[in-house]
Design a protein around this ligand. Structure first.
Ligand code: F6P
Ligand code: MN
Length: 330
């Protein structure tokens, strides 16, 4: 089985970019180790407790953020990082070329139930035009040079694209390396699986209510077939499923909290996942616009997400076609 670095070399990924990716993965291996240790590592729980030695325990999402941030900035190859766990960007080497945005531990409510969680990342280059601070990161998804996630499940997997397809790697704990296990990820065009938090049903927009209603109607409904529902409460695990066997995943805008119509973050959740999905032949949209084309206005901006099997996403978008996007535009 091939190791990651020779694969990236073959794709002509620059040495500096490989080094940034490799650093992220070093942090991911440490996170994976701590997750596997579970309660034994003293990093579970949701408060700043003390462990038996009287040391302060930190939540694993905070620990993960610090590991990734410190390791990336130490490389001197990174101009700045943006993280879900940081209000503002953190500056690194002012002369460096790369920007990394990440969600250190996606689906972190799963930690305490020994469920799947993940790290999502996107890597951008410093733009050509003059930009400072947060503005550096305000680039469209099409400008990403690499993106992916590490899924901490029964096995730890890296799923990544540098713009020439999607590959999956599995962490071999015995040698501490990610080995290529799926060469060319391709999402099947049609599916009978959908993922959505049904508890929000009464807050959805009309097009989404109608679309999901038609899926649930099964053989007797307009779609004429039965659909299954799957929901992990961790985007990494749900997107991983659709990359492996097709599906549609959505976290649509809703009117539950008018100040926050959308849940998922554009920069370090929707954008990298959309890059993967499109590179694997799938589709990704807000319902009204291609996510990869959106111009971000803030690093923590939220967005409505519909992604997965191309034909199924297209069907869902048909429901949105003639209905204006009203208040649900995130
Ligand atoms: O990061 C946000 C997130 O945890 C995603 O990973 C996941 O898809 C979603 O929120 C789960 O939302 P809910 O708690 O509504 O099920
Ligand atoms: Mn997340």
């Amino acid at each position: 089985m091939q190791r990651l670095i020779p694969v990236l070399n073959k794709d002509h990924v620059s040495l500096h970019l490989i080094s940034v990716i490799n650093t992220l993965l070093t942090a991911a291996k440490e996170i994976s180790h701590r997750l596997h240790q579970g309660s034994l590592a003293g990093t579970l729980g949701s408060t700043l407790d003390e462990n038996i030695q009287g040391e302060t325990q930190k939540k694993l999402d905070i620990v993960s953020n610090q590991l990734i941030k410190n390791m990336l900035l130490e490389t001197q190859l990174v101009r700045a990082v943006a993280s879900e766990e940081e209000d503002d960007i953190v500056e690194g080497n002012p002369d460096a070329k790369y920007l990394v945005a990440y969600d250190p531990l996606d689906g972190s409510s799963n930690i305490d139930i020994n469920g799947s969680v993940g790290t999502i990342f996107t890597i951008l280059e410093v733009p050509d035009h003059p930009a400072e601070g947060k503005e550096l990161f305000l680039q469209t998804g099409d400008e990403q040079v690499a993106a992916g996630y590490i899924l901490y499940g029964p096995s730890t997997m890296l799923v990544m694209t540098t713009g020439s397809g999607v590959r999956m790697y599995t962490l071999d704990h015995t040698v501490g390396e990610f080995l290529l296990t799926v060469e060319d990820v391709s999402i099947v065009k049609d599916t009978q699986e959908f993922g959505i938090n049904m508890a929000n049903q009464r807050f959805w927009s009309k097009p989404m209510s109608q679309y999901i209603g038609d899926l649930i109607a099964g053989e007797e409904g307009p779609r004429g077939k039965r659909f299954n529902m799957r929901w992990n409460a961790a985007m990494v695990a749900d997107v991983h499923r659709l990359l492996c066997r097709g599906g549609i995943f959505t976290y649509p805008a809703d009117c539950r909290n008018p100040a926050k119509p959308c849940k998922l973050r554009l920069l370090y959740e929707a954008m990298p996942m959309s890059f993967l999905v499109e590179q694997a032949g799938g589709r990704s949209s807000t319902g009204y616009e291609r996510i990869m084309s959106l111009q971000p206005t803030d690093i923590h901006q939220r967005v409505s997400v519909i992604m997965g099997s191309a034909n199924e996403v297209s069907t869902c978008l048909q429901y949105h076609k003639d209905v204006p996007c009203e208040r649900f535009d995130g």
